[in-house]
Design a protein around this ligand. Structure first.
Ligand code: ADX
Length: 393
């Protein structure tokens, strides 16, 4: 199986032994504590799961600045987006050596993790803006990822982490939430060597289904991992439970048994386009996948990124030896009225605009809200039915 990023073995930061976890949790209750931002909580969950291997905790300012400029930590580890615990200034007493991190997303703010404090530093406005610009390609506050990133505070709490809880993900998505070490085990049990990961935060329509099939067939892969985001999205995006059930029925009905695994990870969408695509590759490698599909406007939002910028970054800025996972570059896929199937547009230069069936996300939402059925060429009827029910409720 493909090696994890940056180490031979995966080092998840979740305390897996139950007795040790219970003991640590009791100890954690006596420590000074802070309720962290949703992004920091999601970072802690990802670290706990092993998705952010080989990191041992939250980064400091030097690493954040190095990563912003070079996609490498100060010690030379390839890494695309700083993993930070940002809090408002003076949230923590200066002499504090260890703190409990509380979960902002669960009632009562239970303890999520214990963090040793290596340093407390401050981003100046210029530094925060620089990191934001490098990671998101913009500092525009109307970008949902920028807004979330910049709302956390300027104070950087760095240091190693022990994760005690997987937030709401484990309880709310018991069949879907999986850690990187669970995925590695499951891939290994299936005997899969070549595994294509499909990143998603949307329901899967026929273009997405076909994209997975094309990658699977052209790579002669052993299996597909549909790996969906379970964390926070911008308003208007479809909730995870609705996406989950529509993806499951699509996989069950339209793929041969034993070729697909469906799982989810607990992270808030950053909408950071190219940089987030690279992070997606890192954590799919950590999950045991050999390939990641990167298609049109991967991890994008609005018009902030070019449609294929998330592919270009791998060609232009990710050194050959930085990652072992490979990218399956997908062109825009759409239903061809001429050929009666979903194809990649680049393969059919003879087609005119009228030969394609295009439906924008806005148009799809509008149709579903009005109770208008989605065309079968666009969406499988079983998927359309679930989405219709959601929009009608
Ligand atoms: S993402 O933000 O999580 O990347 P989404 O769930 O919409 O978004 O897309 C999942 C994957 O499918 C991404 O790799 C994206 O680039 C790709 N994709 C979505 N729609 C198309 C399409 N019509 N053509 C090509 N690739 C697509």
């Amino acid at each position: 199986m493909i090696k994890p990023h940056g180490s031979d073995k995966l080092h998840p930061l979740y305390v897996q032994d139950k007795a040790s976890r219970t003991e640590l949790l009791e100890e954690a209750k006596t420590l000074p504590s802070i309720t962290v931002s949703s992004s920091a909580a999601a970072n802690a969950v990802m670290l706990g799961c092993g998705y952010f291997n080989p990191l041992s905790g939250f980064m400091d300012k030097q690493d954040a600045l190095f990563i912003a400029d070079t996609m490498k930590t100060a010690s030379g580890l390839f890494w695309p987006i700083p993993v930070l615990n940002l809090v408002p200034e003076n949230s923590i007493p200066g002499d504090c050596k260890i703190i409990s991190l509380r979960d902002p997303n669960v009632d009562g703010n239970p303890i999520l993790a214990v963090q040793e404090i290596k340093s407390i530093e401050t981003f100046s406005e210029v530094e925060l803006s620089h990191v934001t610009e490098k990671v998101f390609g913009t500092t525009d506050a109307s970008h949902p990822g920028v807004a979330a990133f910049n709302s956390q505070g300027n104070s950087i709490i760095s240091g190693p982490l022990k994760v005690l809880d997987f937030s709401y993900f484990e309880k709310d998505f018991p069949e879907t939430f999986r850690t990187a070490y669970q995925l590695r085990d499951s891939i290994s049990e299936a005997g899969w060597k070549k595994v294509v990961a499909f990143q998603t935060r949307n329901p899967m329509h026929r273009a997405h289904e076909e994209l997975c099939r094309m990658a699977f067939e052209s790579l002669d892969a052993d299996g597909i991992l549909i790996h969906m985001l379970l964390g926070k999205l911008k308003p208007g995006d479809i909730p995870a439970d609705v996406r989950d059930s529509s993806i499951r029925i699509m996989a069950e009905k339209y793929f041969p048994a034993g070729t697909i695994k469906i799982a989810g990870y607990g992270f808030d969408m950053m909408y950071a386009g190219p940089r987030e695509a690279v992070l997606h590759a890192v954590f799919r490698q950590n999950s045991g996948c050999s390939h990641l599909i990167v298609g049109r406007d991967h991890a994008g939002v609005g018009d902030y990124y070019g449609p294929f910028e998330a592919q270009e970054i791998f060609r232009k800025q990710v050194p050959e030896e930085a990652l072992e996972i490979k990218i399956f570059e997908a062109d825009h896929t759409a239903w061809s009225k001429k050929l009666n199937k979903v194809v990649m547009m680049r393969d059919h230069p003879d087609h005119t605009k009228e030969d394609w069936l295009f439906l924008s996300g806005t148009r799809v939402r509008e149709m579903l809200s009005k109770g208008e059925p989605l065309p079968e060429e666009f969406s499988r009827p079983e998927v359309a039915e679930i989405l219709m029910k959601y929009y009608q409720s």
